[in-house]
Design a protein around this ligand. Sequence first.
Ligand code: ADP
Ligand code: MG
Length: 382
Amino acid sequence: MAKKHSEGYLSGKESRRISKENRKITSQLEKQHKRKNVPESEYLTQMHNPNNAVEFDNLHSYFFTDAGTVKAVDGVTFDVPIGKTVGVVGESGCGKSVTSLSLMQLLQRPQGQIVEGEIRLNLGDKAYDITKVPTERMQTLRGNYMSMIFQEPMTSLNPVFRIGAQVDEVIALHDKDGLSKEDIKARTIKLLEMVGIANSEGVYRMYPHELSGGMRQRVMIAMALACSPKIIIADEPTTALDVTIQAQILDLLRNLKDQINSSIMLITHDLGVIAEMADYVVVMYAGRVVEKGTAEEIFANPSHPYTIGLMASKPVVGKKVDKLYSIPGKVPNPINMPNYCYFKDRCEMCVEGCSGAYPREISLSPTHKVSCYRYYDRKAGE
Ligand SMILES: Nc1ncnc2c1ncn2[C@@H]1O[C@H](COP(=O)(O)OP(=O)(O)O)[C@@H](O)[C@H]1O
Ligand SMILES: [Mg+2]
């Protein structure tokens, strides 16, 4: 069967060749993950800054699909300081979820793999490189040191078990103190109260379908908090909720963070959410960080044309406009990224040099970094 080799189409033969190659790469990586009794020394590492809970360092996470390699995360570097909230923002498909799933080692395997870089997790007395931790050991890290709140609570709760039983199970699974059944129930009730569920005894006996979306998200947050993790990843935690409930859940997260002194990695496409919650902001585009800084820096002085575009496309109370700005064009195909700035084809602020290689990171301040040719004339930061 002859097929045209126009862009986006593969012949059967080509597709088979790709999938054979993929299998070779992924089965080798899987073997690494599945090893038993790996000595800890193989995945011990040093935090570059002991005040960070997590450090992503040049992370590359790819999906080896039959259509080609999807470079979903392609060299991402940023820190999550202890006790702070880091907002990760960018449009759909830019690699936000893949970044957080890499930290949890929950990429869809075998096709999804971390192929390069380090993720350093601070355990207090030592640090692990998550990219090297074997699957076996990972199970004790999830829940105890990090946990995740997903976008859609209904798909994360089991519809056939009561709320109480599901939260109990999480506590029992990570229990190190040998709690009795009653102790566990008491902890569950306390957790449900902590996340603002008034009728906690009643909710303990309810099924997920008996709760509203906001209540279910509160239960998910209770489960995430069950083992006082050092880092909580909230992946679009309010996207499925309506605005009033959204505000309540954000308030809840903010209050809880202060009570338990965890770090939060808050993933969202909503700049409004970031403005309310984040201490630091990381702006992602097409699998890369294009700009990062403190929340003040990013909101007062957005510097990458993409960040500027995001800001301009957000409605502002009290400002009348005929039409909201929208960034022209679309994201490049992640299987076939250009070898120049990924944003160039959509950029309305191009300067000389933009057709050169992908721009390096420029320091606008010790915390504010941007990858863009517009700032190449700055003296290397500081
Ligand atoms: N299981 C998968 N298989 C293949 N490609 C995937 C898979 N999961 C995500 N991707 C791709 O990775 C890129 C980043 O996705 P994601 O991190 O989910 O984006 P978002 O920023 O919206 O969370 C997208 O191009 C997406 O199509
Ligand atoms: Mg996502």
